[in-house]
Design a protein around this ligand. Structure first.
Ligand code: F6R
Length: 271
């Protein structure tokens, strides 16, 4: 795991976007694992901009989202399908037939989960998985005590997640109490992971996830097991990290990060 601390949310988010663009330039038919949530809104705005202004091509990309609520239609404004179309897919030149989310209204939810896993395998697995971290330490909707080997399944949401996400619904009481989510085991099979965490409300959980013990109480801590995971954070979310100087030294000195330092990020978009 590597931790990259950028001064503010804007530069942390931009760096995550640049890394995704570079993965796409290197492999146009990249299979992306995608996340939703407030943190990702700006990231998708950056990526849409690279499509519009720099001609970055998404036409061959395939995407699998981490999760979807159970029991609401894709057309519902609170659904993650709606979120993805609105913030990203409608703004880029992706073929929507290549964008996948679990179907939270499937009659047989277990069969839907097994089918989702199968489809990911059929597409050759996820090349690059994008993640955020919830206030309760979840990745996807892998709430505390999720098995670190779990696969795609239905998960009941914690009160903390309901409190975090219900304001995103026009009528907060409409927020479903269950969701289909990729499992921690599914996520850890991605070839690379970028985790983006911003804001002071995430400082405590970020410190637990990256510097604390691996525990199913904080499923993001399982990212410590992944061989190619980059956690990009802003100054506020990094405020409780103990080894900040070490992380900064790596970013400022290791050759692989040279193109991404200081003001070179913008050049990085067009590679
Ligand atoms: C969303 C997801 C969640 C979010 C997390 C952070 O698809 O899987 O794990 O990434 O809850 O959400 P925000 O960015 O709203 O704080």
């Amino acid at each position: 795991m590597e931790i990259i601390i950028r001064a503010d949310t804007e530069s942390a988010t931009k760096l995550a976007a640049v890394l995704i663009v570079h993965a796409l330039l290197a492999k146009p038919h990249t299979v992306l694992g995608l996340a939703t949530g407030r943190t990702m809104e700006r990231l998708y705005a950056f990526l849409s901009e690279t499509n519009r202004e720099n001609g970055v091509d998404f036409s061959l990309a395939k995407t699998f989202n981490l999760d979807e609520y159970v029991g609401i239609q894709a057309t519902h404004k609170g659904s993650y399908r709606h979120y993805m179309n609105h913030h990203f897919f409608d703004k880029i030149n992706i073929d929507k037939r290549n964008t996948f989310l679990p179907n939270g209204t499937a009659e047989d939810l277990s069969a839907e989960c097994a089918e989702y896993e199968k489809k990911i395998r059929e597409f050759g697995g996820i090349d690059l998985q994008l993640l955020g971290i919830g206030r309760d330490g979840h990745i996807g909707f892998n709430e505390p005590l999720s098995s670190l080997q779990s696969r795609t399944r239905v998960k009941a949401l914690t009160p903390s997640t309901i409190e975090q996400n219900s304001p995103l619904f026009e009528n907060p009481s409409e927020m479903p109490r269950r969701a289909i989510t990729m499992g921690v085991g599914t996520i850890l099979e991605a070839k690379k992971i970028i985790c983006l965490v911003t804001g002071s409300s995430k400082a405590e959980v970020l410190a637990k996830a990256v510097e604390g013990p691996i525990t199913s109480m904080v499923t993001a801590s399982a990212l410590q097991l992944h061989p190619k995971c980059v956690v990009i954070v802003d100054g506020k979310s990094a405020s409780l990290l103990k080894e900040k100087k070490y992380y900064d030294w790596i970013f400022n000195n290791e050759p692989e990060w040279e193109p991404y330092r200081a003001n070179k990020q913008q050049d990085g978009i067009t590679g």
